[in-house]
Design a protein around this ligand. Structure first.
Ligand code: BTN
Length: 240
């Protein structure tokens, strides 16, 4: 596996997209500092300092986009939960791919497709994990409740290299199987960790808000809501 370790970069996802043609499939980009990290819906991803994880996987599974690639964020989400469980934590998933501890967000995942001249070139799957932070810095993030692994473990420091190694190994362990099988391969694990099932919720989808009772997450990883006897199937959005 090819690992590119950067000290400082604007965004590991941006670096991976820019250098996708020159780097082999399954390359991993990590950075100590990220000056312009991006999240879903073009939000900012805060840099909580050098002890935190900023990494991106470069994936070139085929010459054409396949349906299962859209669920890689959910696969990484389940993978991350497995790694967090080795620290005796009980992570939960908020559809589609937020990982929470006690309702507080500990990680974010962003997948981007790279298309050049109308041709699919690959995917960049980025993940930020709050691994080592302090309550002061965490409190600066005002738009949501956030936590970090060291805070949850009541520890001063969590070993970042070990964490990144475990996450990468666990990810590639079942990656090829996931490409073939898709969301159904992880559906049970995903549902067992989900914190939004059977609840009345609202989902922000760009400028629109959809509300309803969560009926299920279907075999494609989509969220199915029921409202006044009607089914709404959502492929993206943010549970509010
Ligand atoms: C989200 O929850 O909105 C997704 C956040 C994804 C952040 C990671 S950090 C590493 C990679 N580089 C980026 O610019 N974003 C992702």
């Amino acid at each position: 596996m090819n690992i590119v370790r950067l000290y400082e970069v604007d965004s590991t996802n941006k670096y991976a997209k820019t250098n996708l043609n020159d780097l082999p499939d399954k390359s991993v980009i990590t950075a100590e500092k990220q000056t312009a990290g991006r999240g879903r819906f073009n939000r900012k991803w805060a840099d909580l300092g050098e002890g935190n994880v900023f990494m991106s996987f470069i994936l070139k599974p085929s010459l054409e986009f396949s349906e299962n690639y859209a669920n890689l964020t959910q696969y990484l989400c389940v993978t991350l939960c497995k790694v967090l469980e080795t620290y005796n934590l009980n992570p939960q998933i908020k559809w589609p791919n937020d990982v929470l501890i006690d309702g507080k967000k500990i990680a974010g995942i962003l997948s981007e497709s790279v298309v050049q001249g109308g041709v699919f070139k690959g995917l960049v799957l980025g993940i930020g994990v709050n691994l080592n932070s302090n309550l002061n810095d965490i409190m600066q993030i005002k738009d949501k409740e956030v936590t970090a692994l060291n805070i949850e473990l009541n520890q001063e420091h969590v070993d970042k290299d070990e964490f990144v190694e475990n996450l990468t190994e666990e990810f590639f362990n079942r990656y090829e199987d996931f490409l073939k099988t898709g969301f159904v391969m992880i559906k049970d694990d995903y549902l067992n960790k989900s914190c939004f099932l059977n609840k009345e919720i609202s989902v922000q989808v760009f400028n629109d808000k959809k509300s309803g009772m969560v009926k299920e997450v279907n075999d494609l990883g989509e969220l199915v809501l029921e409202n006044s006897g009607k089914e709404l199937v959502l492929t993206m959005g943010d549970i509010l």
